[in-house]
Design a protein around this ligand. Sequence first.
Ligand SMILES: [Cu+2]
Length: 591
Amino acid sequence: MRPATPDLPDSARGLPRRQFVQGLACGGVLAALGLRPQSSWGAQGSAPQQVLSGTDFHLTIGETAVNFTGRTRPAVTVNDSLPAPLLRWREGTSVTLRVTNALPAGSPHGHQASIHWHGILLPANMDGVPGLSFDGIHRGESYLYRFQVRQAGTYWYHSHSSFQEQAGLYGPLVIDPAEPEPFSYDRDYVVMLTDWTDLAPAALFARLKKMPGHDNYYRRTLGDLLRDAQEMGLEAALAERRMWGAMRMTPTDLSDVNAHTYTYLMNGMTAAANWTGLFRPGEKLRLRLTNGSAMTYFDVRIPGLKMTVVAADGQNVHPVTVEELRIAAAETFDVIVEPAGQEAFTVFAQDSARTGFVSGTLATRAGLKAPVPPLDPRPLLTMADMGMAHGAEEGGMDHGAAHGDAGHGDAGHTAGVTPTHPASETGNPLVDHQASVTPSRLDDPGFGLRDNGRTVLTYAMLRSLFEDPDGRDPGRELELHLTGHMEKFAWSFDGIKFSGSEPLRLNYGERLRIVLVNDTMMTHPIHLHGMWSDVEDDAGAFQLRKHTVDMPPGSRRTYRVRADALGSWAYHCHLLYHMEAGMMRTVKVEE
Ligand SMILES: [Cu+2]
C-alpha cells in the first residue's frame, strides 16, 4: 500500500528505500476495522484503541489481521485491538479481569495464552506467567484474575506466552491514585512505543540463533579504514579492527534487531499514520511514555519542548526537566510538557541504534504536522561502552571467559569496581566476554546520547519522591552476572541458561541487595516480578524505586528488594529474545 504521490517527511530523504517505504505505509488495525477513536489515546480520528475503566473487565485474546507495511499479517490482539485496550483502574479498589483465549485453532501464535500485569504487586497466582504463576490459558478457556490494586501510576500489560508480546499483545495500564498527585496537568495521553515485524516471531528468533548479526549491516568499509588510518595511523587503525574482530562484533553492533526488521509504532500507528494528541495553547499535557517493545530502546524527544519527568515506572520522582530520554523496553516515564508558541510539535522516537524512528504529533487540531528531525548519526561504541578500561594494544580486554583473571590496571576516567566473576563463567562456551571495569554508569546517558547538545535524562537524575519505603539495610547480597555469547545468540545469568538453572531463593520478609554486573556487550533491561527493585545510588543509599532496571554494557548496579510476596516469580531480561534464549531465573520467596 504505497501511496502514488508520497508526502515525504524531510527525514525520509536519504534513508534506505526499504525504511522509506515502511515509513509511508499507514495501515494497522485501523485499516482493517475502521473503528472510532477514544479520547485518552489521542484525538486523531483514526485510532481504534479502546479505553476500559472500572473494576470488572472482559478481555478476549484473539487473532486480528493488521497491515503496517503493505502486507496483511495476523496479530495477537485483545478485544481486536492493537495495542490492547487501555485499562483504567483506581488505587484501593479490587479488580476482576476475565481473560478468554479465543486464538483460532492452528494459530501460528500458539494455543496457550496469558496476560502479565507488568510492575503490579499482586498474589503470585495472579501474575500471569505460565509455568510459574499458573498453567496458562488454553484455547477456548478463561482465567479469572482478581486482586487488590495497591499502587498508582502508569504501567502496562502483555502476554508472557511464547512470542505473543512481539505479535501485538501489549496494552497500557493507568491507575488513578487514591491521593492527589504532586503535579498538575490538563490532559493526559498514553504514548506507547512498540516494534512490529511482519515475520512470524518464532522465525525471527530462529534467524537470530542462525545469523545474530543479520540486522547489523553496517560493517565498516575500506574507506573508513583509510580515513581512520589517516587520523590515527595505519597500525592503530588495524589494531582497533583486530580488537573489534576478536570481540566478534563491530563498533556498530548496537542492537540485535532494528529497523531493517521492525516497523516502529506509536499507539499502534506508524509514523505515516501520525498519531496526534490535541492541546489548547497554555495547557499542560501529561505524556505516559511506555515502551512495550520486544527488543527496542527508544530515544524520545519533542523538538521545541522540554519534558519534565515526574514519574518513572509508575512511581513519582522529584521532577527533573530534560530535552531527551532513553526508554528501555518495559520502562515507563511520565513527563509533563507545556506546548506553546507553535500549533504542532513532533514527538520523535528513534531507536538507539539510529536505524529508524516513529513519530507522532502534539497539535492544536487534527491534521497538523511539525518538521520531523533526521535520525542522529549512528554512534560507534567505545571501549568504555564494553566495560573495558584500555584499548587492545594494552591488553585491557577480557575477551573469552577462559582467560580467567579479570583485573586490568586502573579504571581510567570511570570510577569503577574491578569485578570478580562467578566460577560458572570460566571456560564456559556460552560466555564470550567479561567486563573488567564496572562502574554503575548511573550518570551516563548511554551510547549515542553523550554530548549531543541536549539535556538527556540519566538514572542519576531520578530520585523517588519518598524515602526508602522499607528502611532496613539489606541483610545479605545476591550477585548475578549478565552473560552472553554474541555469535551463538546465547543469553544467560552467570553463564547458566534458565533451562539449566536453580531458583533463586529469598526468605519471606527479608530485605536483600541484588548486585547485577553486565558482562555482555549489550544493554539489558532486567525485570523482577512481584516486588519492587529499589535502585541504590553510588553510596549504596536508596535512590529510585523501579520495576525494570536498565543495565548498560560493563555496568554494575545494585538494588534493594523486600521479599514480601510469597511464591514463584519470574526474573528476566525484558528483551524478549534474550529471555527466550535463557536470560531468566525463577525467584522463590519462601517462609
Ligand atoms: Cu537482554
